[in-house]
Each structure stands twice: as structure tokens, then as C-alpha cells.
Design a protein around this ligand. Sequence first.
Ligand code: MLT
Length: 264
Amino acid sequence: MLKKVQVQDIAFQVYDRGSGPALLFVHGFPLDHTMWSGQLEAFPECRVIAPDLRGFGGTDPTGDSASMQRYADDLANLLDALDVGGRVCLCGLSMGGYVAWQFWRRHASRLAGLILCDTRAGVDSPQAAEDRRRNAQRVLTEGLGFLADLMMPRLFAADAQPEIVAATRAVIERTPGRGAAAGLLAMADRSDFVPLLPEVRIPSLVVCGERDVLTPAEEMRTMASAMPDARFVEVPSAGHMAPLESPGMVNAAIREFIRGLHRV
Ligand code: MLT
């Protein structure tokens, strides 16, 4: 189920289980496939694929740079390496959503549907981009402890289960500095997809935790309303990590969505 797959220059760690229409889960920053622990075994009717992006989790970092385009192309190459021929439903959270926009732009013919969780289409403010560039330097010398301190209070709703909060912090602290630095720079330089939202005609599900303070529900509702074929679902009481905090509700929304896509 968890395996290593060589794709060009790097060995990807990827969770790959089952058969049927492919459901591709793309994690947020600075996390790995384990953030989908509430989803990985919840869709027996699908082939569930959840990689660690380059430089995260068990996947090698290569070079000192990355981009959302690079991550998206990696996913397309990984699907080839896994012999996934049909169209996939791509579900990305936060940075995984930024990657999803590029996958849509560059590999649209491979997509059956998009699920965008706790993410946004717009870019960073100049100050936020500057902060990311500074943090990219720091993680290389200090590791990710300081970044975990900065991010943890904003990732979860205040009453989230302590076990999932602690497990997420551990994943962040294990993330290699090089992979995180490359991810921070890639996020700072990412493209603005707000003007393209009316062109995203593919069936889409937009999911957001009611208490998400990083990518607020109001912003995601507006994003969904600019997309021609998107449905918006707000997850009561959840924060930015809605799929981990409220897997039952998020999975029900995903199940209904993929049934509509594939009639499985
Ligand atoms: C994430 O969860 O992937 C990050 O919070 C995204 C970001 O920092 O923009």
C-alpha cells in the first residue's frame, strides 16, 4: 500500500490502494499523505492514491527549487508510473489546492473532477510572500520547529482532538528543511487563478471548515460561486484541516461528489 515509485529523478513515497476510478489526494504544507488518514480507507470503490510531494514526508527533495507547476507535473508523471490511464478526481488541501490549479491548467484532460479543500485561488500579499521567503531561509538552518509554533495555532479549530494536533505537529517537525524551503518559495511565487475561475468548467466540490482562519469559508464560498460547476460545502466546527478534523462529514461530501462523477 505504501510504496516507493521512481519517477525520473526522484523516488516518491505514495499510498496506493484499491481499484476503480482514481481518487488522488494532495496534501497541504508542510505535511505529507498521513494528513488524509481519515480518507485513505474510506473509499473502497476507488483506487486511492496519496503521494508525498517532492521534499515532503518520505519523498526525496531534489535541487533547491520547486514550483506549483513542478509539483503538478510530478503528479502527472506519477500517474503514468502507476499506470493510471483513466481520468482522476484530484482532491487537494491548501497547498494541495494550489497544486490542483496547476494540474487543471497543465493536465486538464486527465481530470474527471476537482475537490478543493481549505484553499484559495489568489496569491499572497507582498508581506506574506516576504515572510515566506524569510522563513525559507530559516528552515534551512533551524529546522521546522519555529514554523510549527507559528502554524499550529492556526491549523485546527480550538477544540480539535489533541491526538490529531500532536500527530500533525510531529509530521511538520519531521519535514526536511530543503523540502519545506522549496515549498515556501514555490508558494510565494505561485500564480493567481482568480481570473481563471470562470474557465474551470470541470465538476468541482469546494470544502471548507467553518472555523478555518487561514482560508476562510467566506472566501471559499466566493471562489466556488465564480466557478461554473462547483458546489460549496461548509464543515461545521472544523478548522483549516477539515478532512482530518471532521472526516465523516467531509467523506460524505466526497462520496456524493464522486458518485455523481462516475456513477459508482
Ligand atoms: C497549507 O496548509 O498548505 C498552508 O497553510 C498553505 C499556505 O500557507 O498558504
